[in-house]
Design a protein around this ligand. Sequence first.
Ligand SMILES: [Zn+2]
Length: 381
Amino acid sequence: MSVWDEVVGQEAAVARFRRAASPEGTLAQAWLITGPPGSGRSTAARAFAATLECENDPPVGCGRCRACVTVLAGTHPDVTVVATDKLSISKDEVRSLVLTAQRSPATGRHRVIIVEDADRMSAGTFNVLLKSIEEPPPLTVWMLCAPSAEDLAPTIRSRCHVVTLTIPPAETVAELLVRRDGVDPEVAGRSARAAQGHIGLALRYATQPGALEGRERAARTLLSLRGAGAAVLAAQALVDQATSEAKEHADEVSAAERERFLRSAGIEDEKVPPALRAQYRQLEEDAKRRQTRLVRDVLDRYLLDAHSVLRDVLTLQLDSGSALVNPGVHDALEEAAATSEAGDSLRLLDAVGTARARIAGNVPPLLALEALLAQVAVSRR
Ligand SMILES: [Zn+2]
């Protein structure tokens, strides 16, 4: 057993982390862990932190000692994890992190600060962080996680040791689901293929009733789309679905946050005294930003699914023999492949990329999706 058991398909990266934590290695004090969504950036960062704090001599990340267990559970006093489900990390949050980074470890060997979505900082916020990353106290280690190194300001990036995670192969993800979560091997295989290496998504497909079926239904809708009117309706349906999916989760988080705030301020009747009203309003603001962000995340997932469907169509058109990501809708894929050209599929794959970029760049999602689906609808003969 080891803290690295859940970091699957990342042998090269794991070897680097282990070496850095070993007595023979040299430990850099600022790390940038990059990799596509679902590749396990924050899991890797936590395992690395646990290895640094492990009570064995030398520290190995045994997964059993108190330090290993508490780091993985998120309760180790010297390891701070910042995860944001909002659109951005605020300057104040980073200032408080910088203060934490200045303190020596209370019980462990190091003080570790993990920032899960380091790409969600503005340029001004990066500057607040910069000095602490440049000259951290001797026992402090920063671990920033982001999709790619380009997501961070060059000034920060150049001071970090960059470790890049890759998309784990579907078989490796399937094995993890079987071993860790007790998923049936056949279901694990289907889910891992559909999730295209995204570990969290694979788990969702494998364990949430109807999730895989919903994905296949969406694939069929995409493949049978004909006419501009249908495209407009389908775009609206997708946005509605993403909004309700996001709202459900966002409401849960917000209610819990409000309750925590009221409780910690000792307020029982929801009458917030004037001195605390600004803070309370801030919670409402946060909630709005969180929901916006979640809707975009859900839509991005839909678009990645659409991309995989269109790529399957192209695979059939080129007769390349690669494995299909969506074998469950083979019949609909065959039909789409027969009624359009490979050139159409390539253009549509580009269009999916454009739609993702536009949504990430604040274009109203409905507009971006209408444009994409209209292109899909007219491409079929
Ligand atoms: Zn340990």
